[in-house]
Structures are given as C-alpha cells and as structure tokens.
Write a protein that binds this ligand. Structure first.
Ligand code: EPU
Length: 421
C-alpha cells in the first residue's frame, strides 16, 4: 500500500489549479442514464471514484468512454440493477437509483449501509420516490422501487440533520420524467445540486429553484443528449486554502468559486487568514498569528462537514481554544486521535471537539480513516516539524486528483512511497 512521506515546515507558495467537483460529478454522471441519446461530461476529476462510477454506468449497459476528464456516454439500453459490491464500494453510486427509476420505472439497488463517518441512511431518498408513486420494498439488503407511472407531488425532504444532498439529487432525477409538477421542500441548496439542475435543464428538463430550499420540477416526456462541464471542487479549494494558511504560505488558487466558499472564507478570515479575489483567482495568505475560531458544520450555505477535519488541523495551530461542532455526521472525528499523535491537544465532548491550539506539532506515522480525515492529516503533516507518514492514502486518492503533485508544485516536500510495515 502507498503512503505519503511529508517533511513538514515548508510554507506553500505558488499557484494551484482546482479540479472538477467529485460530488457534482456523481449525480451528473448518473443523470446521463435519463436519456438514450449521447451525452458528454467535461471537467471531471480523474479519481478512483469517478472511474468507478463510469464502470458502474457501463455495468448497467451504457457505452462509456472516460478519458482525460471527459466522459462520453450513451445509455441506449440499460438495466435497473446495482448489486451490493457496487454500492458498498462507493456510497455515492446510490444516485443512480433516481434516474433508473425514472427511465425504467423500476430499480433494484443494494442498501449502501453505513460508513466510517456515520450511519448514512437513505430513507429520505425512498420517501421521495414513494411520494412520486413508487412502491418500495426492502428485502435481503436490497431496495426495490417500482411504479407503473411516476406522478409529481409536493414533499418535504428534511431530516435529522437538515437537507440531504444525494437524496435531493435522486428525487430530482426521478421527478424530471414524472407526470405533472413535483415540489421538493427542504431541498439541499448545495452548489452540486445547482450543477445537476443546470445539466438536467440542458437535457430538456424543467427544474427551477435549485440552490434554494424549494425546488420545482415540471415533468417532461423525454430528455435528450447534452454536454456539460462540472463545477470546480469547492472542498478541494478549501483544503488547499487551509494548507497554505497552516504552513504560513501564500498561494493563488485558480479555477475556484469564491461564491461557493463563503462560509469557509468567513471562518478563515476570523482565524486571521486573508482570502482575496484577484482576477478570477483566490489569493490566500496568513496575516500573522492564527486566531482560535468556533466552527459548526451545517448544510450549505453553512460551513461544510467536508472541511471540518482540515479546519481542525489549522485550529490546532491557533493559540487558544476553538470549538468545532459536527452537526451532519455523528462519527466524523476519526482524525482527532491521529492529530493527537502529531501533538495536537483535542478533546471530544459529544458532537463537539475542543481544540486547545498552539502546541507545536511534530511528525509521526498516522493512519488515514476517510477522505477528508486524510486531507487533515496531510495538512497537519505539512505544518509539523519533522517527517509525517500518512498511511492508507487510497482514501485520499478517491477524492483528490494528484494532491501530492499539486502540493509539490507549491513547494511541499511530499513523496508517495510504499508503506513500511
Ligand atoms: N440523512 C438521513 N436520511 C437520508 C439521507 C441522509 O438522515 O435518507 C442524513 C445523513 O445521515 C446525514 C445528513 O442527512 O446526517 C446529510 O447527509 P446527505 O444525504 O446530505 O449526505 P450524502 O448526500 O450522502 C454528500 C456528499 C458527502 C457530504 C454530504 C454532506 C457525495 C457523493 N457525498 O453525501 O461527501 O459529506 O453530502 O454535505 O456527494 C465527501 O466528499 O467526503 C463526502 C462524504
């Protein structure tokens, strides 16, 4: 297995270009199943997860070519079955359920189960399908959803932690070919949902209100082939911004959208990090000593749960007490004990982590537990004195395109090596 070996203490300087959004990629790729005509999706990140998503689409019968970030696909004849192995390996693949239900009027898909960051149920996706008239049966670890016809409906999709991103995406995709009007209340407002709505509309759908908590979908008879480019990855941009701040560097982030990053920029500013727009780019620079900040993760436009771990690494360097509260996923604190191995002083109290920042970090071997935890450990390693070995970086490769190469270009001393056991 590969790991990163990082010699810390080098401030990052230079330019980095952000890749296409992983979390926008999945629903947009899945939406191509809604038409039997050819579609082209550009700007996709080259990740193990996007390649796997392309394989899933091929396994459903679509003709697929995925090269240099471009997916050319034609789902002329498809089947509506996704087995346990597909969904278990990549939870994001659940968003094929909506388009398959819309197109075939029936789908059989494995329940994804939980993952390291939390339980991750899908009952809100199913509630939306049922509201459109689908009969739902759960048996043997599979969900069967079937309907003679889907009929538009008004539904409330809010849950325990607020809205659901992939649930909203799934129900939107199921509704685009339904008879009549669907209104999703408490819809997710994430930019990835807006990106999906944009693509669906280019395909001939009639979706309005995406980006707000009320999305209205007027069903159409048929969708046609279309081309689309996915939005930049706001979580990757946030990760690089935090890495620059943690190492006391200054970087220019290209292909990033400040309007998607407002909550992150706000918290960085509070922590004494300036983020300025300059000719369509973002320039990130620490202003001096970092300040402690309290952060609570929330659905968009709040602070993203996908940046919580990286922010914790930064706040471990800020003298004083920061309180980070995780409101979206119940067990998304796996990085805490690994950050402690580097010298961070963090205590967990229910849904909050109390970060007593400002202690010097020193390099050590650490274990990545999930994608964003891995990024947090890389950031801490870049800021720590000495060498940090981040093991199990396959998690990181699922969601960051060439992270080590991009960091090297910014001056980081980071190498990809075989894990020493
Ligand atoms: N929830 C329910 N019932 C449901 C669905 C969700 O209770 O039927 C709960 C979840 O348990 C969680 C909350 O609602 O507490 C939000 O979950 P959501 O459904 O929004 O998560 P998701 O759509 O499965 C996407 C991203 C995640 C990101 C979350 C939250 C993709 C592929 N995944 O997951 O990304 O953390 O939204 O923003 O888009 C990552 O990139 O590292 C990642 C985990």
């Amino acid at each position: 297995m590969e790991c990163f070996s990082i010699k810390g203490g080098v401030p990052l300087h230079g330019e980095v270009t952000i890749s296409g959004s992983k979390n926008a990629a999945f629903p947009v790729m899945a939406a191509t199943l809604l038409t039997d005509e050819p579609c082209v999706i550009r700007g996709l990140p080259e990740l193990s997860d996007t390649r796997f998503m392309a394989q899933i689409l091929a396994s459903l019968g679509a003709q697929v070519r995925f090269k240099n970030g471009t997916l050319a696909i034609r789902a002329k004849k498809i089947r509506g079955f996704a087995d346990y192995d597909l969904v278990r390996k990549m939870r994001g693949s659940i968003c094929i359920a909506g388009p398959l239900l819309a197109r075939l009027r029936q789908v059989r898909i494995s329940l994804p189960g939980g993952c390291i960051i939390g339980a991750r149920p899908i009952h809100l996706h199913l509630k939306g399908f049922a509201a459109l008239g689908a009969k739902i049966k759960i048996e043997g670890g599979y969900v069967d959803a079937a309907a003679k016809k889907l009929v538009g409906a008004t539904m409330f999709l809010g849950g325990r932690a607020g809205s659901t991103v992939l649930g909203t995406a799934n129900v939107m995709m199921a509704a685009v070919l339904a008879d009549g009007v669907t209104v999703i209340e408490s819809a997710a407002c994430e930019p990835e949902i807006v990106d999906l709505a944009d693509f669906l509309n280019v395909m001939g759908a009639n979706v309005s209100g995406a980006g707000s908590p009320t999305i209205t979908i007027t069903g159409v008879k048929k969708l046609h082939g279309a081309e689309h480019e996915v939005i930049p990855d706001r979580i990757e941009a946030a990760t690089f911004a935090i890495a620059a701040a943690a190492t006391d560097g200054e970087i220019t982030i290209k292909h990033a959208r400040a309007d998607h990053l407002r909550a992150v920029i706000d918290k960085l500013n509070e922590a004494n990090v300036s983020v300025k727009r300059s000719g369509g780019n973002l320039v990130v620079r620490r202003q001096g000593v970092l300040k402690p900040v309290d952060v609570t993760t929330l659905p968009y436009s709040g602070f993203p749960t996908d940046v919580q771990a990286q922010m914790m690494s930064l706040l471990a360097l800020a003298p004083g007490i920061s309180i980070i509260t995780e409101r979206i996923f119940e067990s998304r604190f796996m990085h805490v004990s690994e950050l402690a191995r580097l010298g961070a002083d963090i205590e967990i109290e229910g849904p909050s982590a109390i970060v007593k920042g400002g202690r010097p970090l020193s390099g050590a071997p650490v274990m990545a537990s999930d994608l964003r935890a891995s990024a947090a450990l890389v950031i801490a390693g870049l800021a720590a004195k000495g060498t940090t070995q981040v093991n199990r970086i396959y998690h990181l490769d699922r969601g960051y395109e060439n992270m080590d190469a991009k960091l090297r270009k910014l001056g980081a001393r980071i190498r990809r090596v075989e894990e020493q056991t």
